[in-house]
Design a protein around this ligand. Structure first.
Ligand code: SF4
Length: 348
């Protein structure tokens, strides 16, 4: 591990000054420190954000719920208002990593965590994300965990977060600040597709710090019929091969008035297609419209990688079925296939 300076800020203005000078922000360090140990990341200085006043979880006057960027994933997932009004987010967060990691990892850090593509971590291999212009070893190599949607010739990495899949479905808003002032970024605009510059992963600008994530009041209408379905290689402590955040709002006759549908584990960012959601609205929740929505959401999906080494072609039928199952679960009011046990453990 290379030497680096660890900075602590005495105030928020102090933090913005350090950030503007190029210090990398660190919350729990559950991803960045690993990457530094592997020599993938080489920051000259780290700015510790814990201790700054961004760890609160509170309601705004308009009804939105603000999640502090330095609040831990564990305390956010267990918060009474999150569980009551945004249970899908709680389930998604509790399906991720391990209790120890959730205690350390922060909300802001979760958004900025980096892909777990094997080649990204292996500095002996070509990787455009780690070393721009060097090539992409995954395209003709092991791609089992990687993207079937949204990738490019340069990169087919997936975003590894569960939390972000639920945040995309809830249409969260990311609050950021710098020395130049504050701005808000719609969640759909926060993560970037790789295109020709896979090293650029978010719309966060140099010097900007995430301070809060806002959950809109309007998303509370999904609480009764929302699901986070996660499919992975083992029962816990594994990234999603495919995950689905599905949410429905129904009228008194049981007709869908609003729908949200987002895939995780299949693209460089949470994968949402508004036309797929529109196929559900105005209809009774039923198999035919669920299958149509799944098909539209997966339109354009392509297998990647060398079949002999580890192609990800299996994700296409898996995702199709997972979307239909998640919509069935949301309709039935089943919150999750994996996180409920953890949720109960952590509530006890
Ligand atoms: Fe690197 Fe992206 Fe290719 Fe993985 S998929 S090797 S992260 S360029």
């Amino acid at each position: 591990m290379r030497p680096f300076a660890l900075l602590t800020a005495q105030s928020t203005e102090d933090a913005f000054r350090h950030s503007a000078q190029g210090a990398r922000c660190i919350g729990g360090g559950t991803n960045l420190i690993d990457l530094m140990k592997e020599d993938v990341e080489r920051p000259a200085s780290l700015l510790a954000l814990r201790g700054l006043p961004w760890s609160d979880i509170r309601e705004e006057s308009g009804g939105a719920l603000l999640l502090g960027a330095t609040a831990s994933n564990a305390e956010t997932a267990k918060h009474a208002l999150v569980r009551a009004h945004y249970p899908m987010l709680s389930a998604a967060m509790l399906s991720a990593a391990s209790p120890q990691i959730r205690n350390m990892a922060t909300n802001g850090g979760n958004l900025l965590q980096r892909t777990r593509c094997h080649y990204f971590y292996d500095t002996a291999t070509a990787c455009n994300k780690r070393a721009p212009g060097s090539g992409c070893s995954a395209r003709e190599g092991i791609a089992r965990q990687l993207a079937i949607l949204g990738g490019s010739e340069q990169c087919i990495a997936t975003h590894p977060s569960d939390m972000c899949v639920a945040l995309a479905a809830l249409e969260a808003v990311v609050h950021v600040r710098s020395q130049q002032g504050a701005r808000e970024i719609a969640f759909a605009d926060f993560h970037l597709l790789p295109g020709t510059t896979p090293e650029h992963e978010s719309s966060l600008q140099p010097g900007e710090v995430i301070t809060h994530i806002a959950l809109p009041a309007a998303a509370r209408g999904f609480a009764a019929h929302s699901t986070y379905l996660k499919l992975r290689e083992r029962a816990s402590y594994a990234f999603a091969l495919v995950s689905v955040a599905a949410a429905l709002e129904l009228d008194a006759q049981g007709v869908v008035t609003r729908a949200r549908l987002v895939l995780g584990g299949v693209a460089p960012r949470p994968w949402r297609v508004l036309e797929a959601e529109a196929l559900l609205v105005g209809k009774l929740p039923q198999a035919e419209s669920f299958a149509q929505a799944a098909e539209r959401l997966l339109q354009g999906a392509q297998a990647q990688g060398d079949p002999a080494m580890g192609s990800n072609g299996f994700k296409l039928p898996l995702a199709q079925r997972a979307v239909v199952r998640a919509l069935e679960m949301a309709h039935a009011g089943e919150l999750t296939n994996t996180g409920e046990m953890a949720l109960q453990e952590e509530q006890s």
